[in-house]
Write a protein that binds this ligand. Structure first.
Ligand code: 3PG
Length: 311
């Protein structure tokens, strides 16, 4: 089978080498299109692919229709809002992700950015510590669990609220040392810092509103390493205007980035390009998992990490 690695944001060379080795030793043909800048390059490359490995690359209906031999798409990462699942299902293409494989990298970025902003971007002025503060995790998937573990190392109290897990399920997560809270309002009210960890779904789009943010402490910090569309940017700008010590750090550059930067230069930080999963370790973990999933998919129909419906 022909397996194509398509990444506009390339993986570390070590990951690419590992992917190639797994696929070729299973008898597959490996090709790659890295660092492409134009959709036409993507459309051309998928023409005769039987499988593709992607990151945040957009796989919409047009791309799926341009790939008549396509059987499987593996998103080497967690979020798959960049793939048109209905289009894949209608063409009988299986879509999978590699849950958890890049979670530690994202979690480290959460704590790293939090220290950076609490120390006033290391400008030498008097900052604040994060130890013994309260961190709220909005949703409790793989990344949030890793954040909880690291945060406990800082002696933080970690609150967790999940819109999808029942309170009993969440309570079972005791090994992570989290305190279950019972509503998103309670989470925002009881946390110095709130970190977002939900996928982008119709029900989570724009879920962080002025009303929620206004429950946070006046010197609270909002952390977004999940998806840009979870926030109502207008509402966040309003909170930052009203609260001169409120801070916002993000790995998802907002649409109104320039405005955040010019109005709140010391209280706002965005990575220039999504960097959460951008470590050699995460690239290797997610990339090799994706390659192995493709091998077992063709070997014995293994669809363990399938995320779209069957046709
Ligand atoms: C994910 O959903 O796994 C992260 O957002 C990482 O995305 P990336 O592979 O494009 O860096």
């Amino acid at each position: 089978m022909k397996v194509l690695l398509v990444t506009s944001k390339p993986f570390a060379a070590q990951a690419v080498g590992g992917i190639q080795q797994i696929l070729e030793s299973a008898g597959h043909q490996f090709e790659k299109l890295e660092g492409y800048t134009d959709k036409t390059q993507l459309l051309g490359a998928v023409k005769d692919a039987n499988a593709i490995i992607i990151r945040s690359d957009v796989i919409n209906r047009e791309v799926i229709e341009a790939a008549p031999n396509l059987k499987v798409v593996v998103r080497a990462g967690a979020g798959y809002d960049n793939v048109d699942l209905d289009a894949a299902t209608s063409r009988d293409v299986c879509v999978m992700n590699t849950p958890g494989q890049n979670a530690n990298a994202v979690a480290e970025l959460v704590l790293g950015m939090l220290i950076y902003i609490q120390r006033n971007q290391f400008d030498g002025s008097v900052g604040r510590e994060i130890s013994y503060k309260t961190l709220g995790l909005y949703a409790f998937g793989n990344v949030a669990k890793m954040v909880a573990k690291i945060a406990r190392g800082f002696s933080m109290t970690v609150n967790a609220y999940s819109p999808t897990l029942s309170h009993d399920d969440l309570r079972k997560e005791g090994e992570y040392g989290v305190v279950t809270v019972y509503s998103n309002e309670e989470l925002f009210e009881k946390s110095d810092f709130v970190s977002l960890h939900m996928p982008l779904l119709p029900e989570t789009r724009n879920c962080v509103t002025y009303d929620l943010l206004s429950l946070m402490p006046r010197d609270g910090v909002l952390i977004n390493t999940a998806r840009r569309e979870l926030l109502v940017e207008e509402d966040l700008l309003r909170i930052m205007e009203e609260r001169p010590r409120f801070q916002f750090i993000t790995d998802m550059m907002p649409v109104r980035h320039e405005e955040f930067l010019s109005r709140f230069p010391k209280r706002y930080f965005s990575t220039p390009k999504k960097a959460g999963a951008q470590t050699t370790e995460a690239n290797v973990n997610a990339g090799l998992a994706a390659a192995s999933q493709i091998v077992t998919f063709f070997q014995n129909g293994d669809e363990r990490f399938r995320v779209n419906n069957k046709s």
